[in-house]
Ligand binder design. Structure first.
Ligand code: PDD
Length: 284
């Protein structure tokens, strides 16, 4: 089945139509979430929904459904498409109105679409580790909003990917911020460091799960920004996101990290993360 959710209805994808004056299409004036499905159950759905409504508030965007109703629509879509291991992509824009930069009047209703996609866990890369390229963070100063405006992220990812890297790790001046579509972490002397959840990064849901796992298992976790030089001299580096979970980074540019293999702290977190996936009771 290839059903999608569009403005209140679940329909066949071929019948879903978006107006060319949708503000998401014209301006990137909208927000989104990518939510994991494991074995047919959503993972951290509540956290993603809360972040969606927070992003909406930060850009004065009204989501036309209450959270519980939108969640129910997504669960119906997952059922309808019989998703096992995959993702749900959910997007809300400021709706359709004659093109103008300022916001349309209050009677314009936001457009909400969602679709599902199979997305197996990238097990091989998680086991072997991946490489990354360091690039200057040229994005805007509200990276805490999960907005559709991703051009800065795309340019970085494209440059990294065209050279065979899995991810671009971004830095503002000397300070490491995050990946182009992930959060970045380094391990030094048994302590995990990651950039604090300020306007300069997206406060990832996977990042927060990792933080919780560290707290529960007395692994030292510091929300403290670190420098490019410190990253390159780290014992271990990993990135984290909904789609890549806890992903070891074994080489950055020409610099091998640690001994060039996924390190013990990263592997322990991967094991704890897998356990958490199994434990998490389904939303439905
Ligand atoms: N990306 N930082 C950025 C810039 C991101 O785009 C993402 C997620 C993350 C990690 O957030 P989370 O753990 O909530 O997935 C951090 C998603 C997966 C994407 O755009 O496809």
């Amino acid at each position: 089945m290839n059903s999608v959710f569009i403005n209140g209805e679940v329909v066949d994808r071929a019948n879903a139509k978006i107006d060319i004056e949708d503000r998401g299409y014209q301006f990137g004036d909208g927000i989104y979430e990518v939510i994991r499905v494991y074995g047919g159950n959503t993972f951290t759905m509540k956290e993603h929904m809360v972040r969606l409504y927070q992003s909406a508030e930060k850009m004065k965007l009204e989501i036309p459904y209450p959270e519980e109703e939108l969640t129910a629509h997504l669960l119906k879509l997952i059922d309808s498409n019989q998703v096992k291991d995959g993702i749900v992509y959910l997007q809300v824009t400021r709706g359709v109105s004659a093109r103008q930069h300022h916001f349309p009047s209050g009677d314009v209703i936001g457009s909400v679409v969602a679709y599902t996609k199979d997305f197996p866990v990238p097990s091989q890369q998680m086991e072997l580790g991946v490489t990354a390229k360091l690039l200057e963070d040229i994005r805007w100063l509200r990276c805490d909003i999960k907005s559709l405006n991703l051009l800065g992220n795309l340019l970085a990812k494209e440059e990294a990917a065209s050279e065979g890297h899995f991810e671009a790790i971004l830095h503002r001046g000397d300070t490491v911020t995050e990946g182009s579509s992930s959060n970045a972490f380094m391990v030094k002397d048994g302590v995990i460091y990651t950039h604090p959840a300020t306007n300069l990064i997206l406060n990832g849901i996977t990042r927060r799960v990792i933080e919780g796992l560290c707290r529960e298992n007395t692994i030292s976790f510091q929300e403290e920004a670190f420098l490019v030089r410190e990253l390159l001299e780290a014992d271990e580096v990993f990135i984290a996101s909904t789609t890549s979970e806890v992903m070891p980074v074994i080489k950055i540019d020409e610099q091998t990290i640690g001994d060039g293999k996924p390190g013990p702290v990263t592997k322990r977190l991967q094991a704890l993360f897998s356990e958490r996936k199994r434990e998490q009771s389904p939303v439905k």
